[in-house]
Write a protein of this length. Sequence first.
Length: 130
Amino acid sequence: MRLKYDIIEVDIPTLYKTMLEKQRAGYRLTQICATAFEGYNEVIYSVSNNYDFENYKIIVPHDVEITTISDFFPSAMLYENEMKELYGVKVKSINVDYDNKFYRIAQETPFKKEAKQTVKIIKNDEEVAE
């Protein structure tokens, strides 16, 4: 049994290549998890093969589009539709795209966190960032 829980941070193109390699090596998609931050999302892809469990993290700015992995992991379309609808992650070419109708929600992308703008306060001719 594996007691270590490693998360390997990779860039977006590397993630797609890595996921394809893992699928070809017999791994299965275990989960995809998104977390919102101001101006970007962290997305963790987890794959497993027997007791081997691997996690890959990408940082996805709100204006960046990522490519689906549902071409070779069909179940990824569920996670990708969720990330797209709840967090605003731009995912292109999802095999079954619900076009933001996956959930019945009142607010568009409710978990997306917009980047805050820096406010400068000038006091007594001194510039102070807040």
